[in-house]
Design a protein around this ligand. Sequence first.
Ligand SMILES: [Zn+2]
Ligand SMILES: [Zn+2]
Length: 345
Amino acid sequence: MHIVTGNIHIHSRHSDGSAAIPEIAAAAAKAGLDYIIVTDHQTLSGLPEEGYHHGVLVLVGMEINRTKNHYLALGIRREIPDNDESPQAVIDAVNEQGGLGFIAHPFEKGSPFVLDGITYPWQDWKVQGFTGIEVWNWCSQWRDGIQKLLKGLFYAYFKPDGPISGPCPQALKLFDKIAQKQKITAIAGSDAHNWHFRYGPFQRCIFPYEYLFRTANNSLLLKEPLSQNVKKAKKQILEALRTGRAYIINHLLGKADGFSFFVANEKGIFNLGDTVTLTANTTLSVRCPFVSARHLSISILRNGTVWQQEENNRCNYQITEKGTYRVEIRHKKKSWIFTNPIYVV
Ligand SMILES: [Zn+2]
Ligand SMILES: [Zn+2]
């Protein structure tokens, strides 16, 4: 198994970001990422720049819709027009091109001090056919956390991750509900713009690209090393996202070398996104060998409810019930790792 880590949901100068794609890739290289996915608003004009820059694989998708129902579309060749009122039409158009898509920042609260309180929530929950949900959007959560001006200024100048708590609980709840019926992928997005917090005379770039590339990233499990051939590498990344062979990791709390979560029985070893048939000898294991056990709290959720919890850096349990199992790990009580599920049927 080969693990690659990257950042998803990035805006460049092709829309309202503040840097060109090669500059953004250079920031990703400094942060040690393997890939990034640029999703500019309403355009695929960055597509000719897809490829390796500074050793980082850059993929280009787009973010569709304006006032609500923002959708991140990946793996498409032709731009898809906005349809704020009918996001199903957008999802269908992405699927027709063989692409995949994620519901972006579905539950935003907004801040009276940022963007005049504007939010871009997802409103149509009758939709079907999407690949997954962006359960953690870093910039959106930052904004939601700025409800008092003085606190906002303090965060902006001294503690940029102050309002950050972890994936949005509402989004996770919805994710767990859907995952009990069908496969779905959870991702984290940075929504990187190199964005400035402005209030009267105060102005500060809160989240430069490089900073965000060291926050909530997405690690993907690949069967082979990431190819140097761009077309093949793109297929590897998109396939891992499509099949849920992915977990979210907050790199502000450190890397997770050696981390694994798997289910095993006499039929084999099963990883994130896999479906396993329950037998009498089915076990579930979590390992995080290089981090001190006293710093970690491992929660295993079954069908969205905590099934087991342990202060440790490894655990093993026998599975006796079918269900959708995923893992959350807190590092010194802070949100660190959130996996996609393994489906036991
Ligand atoms: Zn958006
Ligand atoms: Zn965005």
